[in-house]
Design a protein around this ligand. Structure first.
Ligand code: AMP
Length: 372
């Protein structure tokens, strides 16, 4: 039997990684925080979860828990001082909380990444003008006439979105023509909106990519995503690539991470057009639902990858051995999880959420489709 020798030196450009037992702070107690905490534990770290609610999916698997509002800057300072590095699992944390924490401890991804993705107008402007990647045409909309002008500019339908707090299709409405303007504008609150050109995509995919503290980037193969009721339903990876767009997609992802001097894992959502052109829809400065397949693909999973990036460890291998189909379990679907668990080549992930609510992400299933 042949053996390989284990490396004894780290790449010279990386900082000294945080030692075992160091404490990783996580803003947000949801399922992403939970899976980050589980990966941190695997790497020998301890975790401290901050959330406004007690007994969350993440805090239940963490060493320490702070329950306080995100506006409580005293609690934020105490939390930050107790951690060796801090990260976050969702992008709607008040920026003031992250900026305060950053005065006391390194926060990765930093407040700039959060600020950029907090607001769709800032995000789209950054993507177009700073990262110089292709996005749909867009206009800020504060008045009904601005929306009418946007429709004229697009020469076709638009997707009207709230600038902030939109997710899973919430806070958006399709405006097909002028007769939809008044109703759509009123439905989204009539202010702080963005109108985007409607993109006639043939499919949606994402790239999950990580950038380490020395600027090294490692990205996973393209993931094809199917949405149901505006929510991610399934992801399959590595995706087929009939139009051979993958090199372009990876290059775009790298431009975005570099433009932000980003540290950690990011999810980048794309539209693919019939002619092979790519358009970036949005970025998420965190681990991403469409990256859950990495947990059972035989490579470093996205949660461990994020922990590696923020603690100064070298990035792990992103080449999967298996092709995986990830399916979200929404609401009552979680009740089938124990039945699903008996199937071969199938891995179940239960977020242990107490209340089953319609539309709520409760767990997911990774099914191995075969060797990659
Ligand atoms: P978002 O909240 O921006 O991720 O949008 C949710 C979903 O709405 C996307 O995954 C697309 O299916 C659809 N969508 C968003 N923006 C557009 C657009 N400009 N054109 C066509 N479909 C869109």
């Amino acid at each position: 039997m042949s053996t390989t020798s284990l490396p004894t030196d780290l790449p010279s450009d990386l900082p000294t990684p945080l030692p075992s037992g160091a404490i990783i702070g996580i803003f947000g107690g949801g399922q992403l925080g939970r899976m980050l905490a589980q990966s941190a534990t695997k790497l020998g770290y301890r975790t401290h979860v901050y959330d406004s609610l007690a007994d969350t999916p993440a805090s239940r698997v963490s060493d320490f828990e702070t329950v306080a509002p995100y506006e409580d800057l005293k609690a934020i300072i105490t939390f930050a001082k107790s951690c060796d590095v801090v990260t976050y699992e969702f992008e709607n944390i008040p920026i003031a909380a992250v900026k305060e924490a950053q005065k006391h401890v390194s926060v990765y991804p930093d407040a700039k990444a959060l600020e950029t993705s907090h607001d769709r107008l800032i995000e789209k402007t950054f993507l177009r003008d700073t990262a110089t990647v292709p996005v749909a045409k867009f206009h800020a909309v504060e008045t009904m006439s601005a929306l009418t002008n946007a429709l004229t500019d697009f020469g076709g339908p638009s997707v009207l979105k709230t600038r902030r707090f939109g997710y899973d299709g919430k806070g958006q409405v399709k405006i097909s023509d002028e007769k939809d303007v008044k109703g759509g504008f009123a439905r989204l609150g009539g202010a702080d909106l963005i109108a985007e050109d409607f993109v006639p995509f043939v499919r949606e995919f994402s790239i999950i990519a990580a950038r380490a503290q020395d600027g090294t980037i490692a990205s996973y193969p393209m993931t094809e995503n199917v949405h149901k009721d505006h929510r991610l339903h399934t992801s399959i990876a590595p995706a087929n690539d009939p139009q051979n767009v993958k090199e372009n997609a990876h290059a775009i992802a790298e431009r975005i991470l570099d433009a932000l001097s980003y540290i950690g894992v990011m999810g980048i959502e794309f539209f693919e057009l019939e002619n092979g052109k790519l358009i970036v829809n949005e970025i998420a400065p965190r681990v991403h639902n469409s990256g859950h397949w990495t947990q059972n693909a035989g490579c470093t999973d996205q949660f461990e990858q994020h922990i590696r990036a923020i603690t100064g460890l070298p990035l792990g291998d992103t080449v999967p051995i298996q092709t995986v189909l990830m399916t979200n379990l929404i609401g009552e679907e979680i009740k089938n999880i124990k039945t699903i668990a008996q199937r071969p080549d199938t891995f179940v992930h239960d977020y242990d959420k107490h209340d089953i609510r319609a539309g709520r992400k409760m767990g997911h299933v990774n099914e191995i489709l075969g060797k990659f």
